[in-house]
Design a protein around this ligand. Structure first.
Ligand code: LHQ
Length: 261
């Protein structure tokens, strides 16, 4: 697949999807939205791909919806349709993605661009990153999963403040608030992301996919339901070759080689 609004690369079992509209801080037009979905689907199907890194080219991560294109398309009248067509499927795809995902936040993440970062499993940001629930500034409300994900990550009080004021949060505060897994110097962003991606790529793929589903359920379900759900996942995990490989590697004091079987 060829991309115009993205740069997609594959190395060491890691697919990097970089939104490539740097002049617009990687704001999402219809083309970028369509390509993002296509790239995620191909990462899902590609057996060689074990991890996905989402990032932006240039000084921005993603400034959310391309407001100029949306205005030209006469967007205000059918925002609901636009969200249903592009953003909700994208947020669902990313949140439920069956392989580990990392948002490598190189710069500003605003509006739906911030929502995408929230839907990833990991957020590694450079000190140049900034975060804004920009929706309110244009008279809109959080979408693409922010109303669900943000309070769960930073708590209701801080989420309400971000959503109702739309202020730009600096990376240091975002880190202190628990929004980020790592905060690094811009010069170290790629290397720190690569190291985490490699660790995840070496992990047991089937167990990793189930861990994600299990923790998602844990947030949504009761304790009793979670125990039952854990039991089911554990039984399935125990039937994988990777589990046996993990045990054998432990006993023979060597690193395991997980194959996703
Ligand atoms: C942009 C954008 C942008 C176009 C920067 N669009 N060009 C869903 C469904 C349907 C409709 C509506 O929305 C949604 C969900 C959403 O995502 S709503 C939220 C949309 N995003 C925003 O409201 C953020 C708008 N951008 C900003 O507030 C600022 O640009 C931030 C705070 C992100 C960065 O500020 P600065 O670092 O000062 O950069 P800048 O403002 O100078 O932007 C650089 C360029 O990027 C500039 O172009 P220019 O030609 O003047 O150099 C901006 O116009 C362009 N740009 N965001 N969303």
């Amino acid at each position: 697949m060829t991309y115009e609004a993205l740069k997609v690369t594959m190395a060491d079992r890691v697919m990097t999807i970089a939104i490539n509209r740097p002049d617009k801080l990687n704001a999402l037009n219809n083309q970028a939205l369509t390509e993002l979905m296509g790239a995620l689907k191909s990462a899902e199907q590609d057996e060689e791909c074990r991890v996905v890194v989402l990032t932006g080219v240039g000084r921005g991560f993603c400034a959310g919806q391309d407001l100029k294109e949306h205005q030209q398309d006469g967007g205000a009248g059918h925002i609901g349709e636009h969200v249903a067509r592009y953003y909700n499927p994208l947020a669902l795809k990313l949140y439920h993605f069956p392989k580990p995902t990392i948002a490598m936040v190189n710069g500003v993440a605003a509006g739906a661009g911030m929502s995408l970062a929230l839907a990833a499993d990991f957020r590694i940001a450079s000190t140049t990153a900034r975060f804004s629930q920009a929706f309110v500034k244009i008279g809109l409300v959080p979408d693409s999963g922010s109303s669900y994900l943000l309070p769960r990550l930073i708590g209701q009080a801080r989420a309400l403040e971000m959503a109702m004021l739309g202020d730009v949060l600096d990376a240091e505060t975002a880190y202190q608030w628990g929004l980020l897994h790592r905060l690094v110097d811009p010069t170290e962003l790629q290397a720190v992301t690569d190291a985490l991606a490699r660790r995840l790529a070496d992990g047991p793929p089937i167990a990793l996919a189930m861990i994600k589903r299990s923790l998602h359920r844990g947030i949504e379900h009761s304790f009793e339901e979670s125990l039952e759900s854990e039991r089911g996942f554990q039984s399935a995990a125990a039937r994988t070759e990777d589990h046996h490989e993990g045990i054998e590697a432990f006993i023979s004091k060597r690193a395991p080689e997980f194959r996703g079987r």
